[in-house]
Design a protein around this ligand. Structure first.
Ligand code: SF4
Length: 370
């Protein structure tokens, strides 16, 4: 298991209050800015993995042993894309480059860090890597990329910047767009930030729920989402969940989750019955699996020891399926269900163990919760 570095202070300081990476959400839901300011800034495994993979893209960076083959593949794909943008004529390449967007009077509008900057005499190429699975806006409609491009064009006095977004986990090729009008981009971003500030000054918080909520740190406390009303909610944002409210909140969240799942199933049925609009069922390839365990083991043990396969968790046996299989055989001989279970436990007692514990929320009965 790869160990990821937790977010350091310097990491946090690198971000502007209205930084480029948050503008996409601000554009869609101005209330998200102050809502997120109230929410705890928790690090996540996905974010930590993203930081690690970003740091591995530069060609001269050795890939640590602990990085999985999948992750190494993602880095390789980024390096291949990088190569396609490093044709002849480039003069310099920088990684994790800080850029500042300025207003017409030279004052700072915001700043951020662009993943890759490649300089050519009359233009630059900037690349933004996205290691998540959620499809992000293409280069042409990507305000984060536009922000970086305008800042670079301002700094270098150039009027052309090729912006590229690449998601190595998706099957889609990178998208690119030639940005050219730094002044307009800067004034649009300034307007967007000022709009949020004006609303806050007026005590007006506008929440627009939608797919983008998945990227919002305030999702679990959001009034607009909580009230499950798919429309604008005006008014002050709810504080974090209070201890006394956790039970009621858990029941609501569980209901919403169950509602969500059953609604999705219902919609799937409607699509199949051609009773839907704007939706389609897209077939996705199933997970890879081996046709033959024994052949697979033969091939694998040509390269590694059997014990390595077990230690790495590369091979495992489904306890439930094996128990079912054996029980079916014993039942044919008239052995009772309970007896089958007892025999199974007895036979496999020395080799059976428990995996890592997992935790689920349970309601405490009233008489115990006082
Ligand atoms: S969860 Fe959605 S609606 Fe609520 S603040 Fe965040 S982006 Fe806005």
């Amino acid at each position: 298991m790869v160990q990821f570095e937790s977010k350091t202070m310097t990491e946090n300081l690198k971000h502007h209050e209205y930084g480029p990476s948050g503008l996409g959400l601000l554009e869609r839901c101005t209330g998200s800015h102050s809502a997120q300011a109230l929410a705890e800034d928790r690090d996540s495994e996905a974010a930590a993995e993203g930081r690690l993979l970003h740091s591995l893209v530069p060609y001269d960076t050795p890939i640590p042993e602990t990085v999985s083959i999948d992750q190494e593949g993602l880095v390789d794909r980024c390096r291949q894309i990088l190569a396609t943008y490093m044709e002849t004529g480039w003069s310099d390449i920088e990684y994790e480059r800080r850029v500042t967007l300025r207003d017409t009077d030279g004052s700072e509008i915001n700043f951020g860090t662009v993943d890759v900057l490649i300089r050519y005499p009359d233009h630059t190429v900037i690349i933004d890597w996205k290691f998540g699975r959620v499809i992000v806006p293409s280069a042409e409609t990507n305000i984060q990329l536009a922000n970086y491009a305008a800042a670079i064009m301002q700094e270098l006095g150039q009027d052309r910047c090729i912006g590229v977004v690449y998601q190595p986990r998706s099957t889609e090729p990178p998208t690119e767009y030639v940005f050219s009008d730094a002044a307009t981009i800067a004034s649009n971003i300034k307007y967007l930030i000022q709009r949020e500030k004006n609303q806050k000054l007026a005590g007006l918080y506008v929440y627009i729920p939608g797919d983008w909520c998945r990227g919002c740190r305030a999702l679990s406390t959001c009034n607009a989402v909580r009230s499950e009303l798919p429309n604008n909610s005006y008014g002050k944002h709810n504080p974090p969940i209070q201890p006394a409210d956790t039970l009621a909140e858990f029941r609501r969240a569980r209901l919403a989750e169950r509602y969500g799942r059953s609604a999705i199933d219902e919609i799937k049925r409607a699509i199949v019955a051609n009773q839907s609009h704007g939706l389609a069922l897209v077939e996705r390839p199933g997970n890879r699996k081996f046709k033959s365990v024994s052949e697979t083991l033969d091939i694998a043990t040509e390269n590694v020891e059997y014990s390595q396969l077990v230690d790495a968790g590369a091979i495992s046996i489904s306890v439930r399926r094996l128990e079912d299989l054996l029980a079916k055989e014993w039942r044919k001989a008239g052995v009772s269900v309970e007896e089958c279970k007892r025999i199974f436990r007895e036979k496999f007692n020395d080799v059976l163990t428990r995996g890592e514990s997992r935790y689920e929320i349970r309601e405490i009965p009233d008489d115990e919760s006082q």
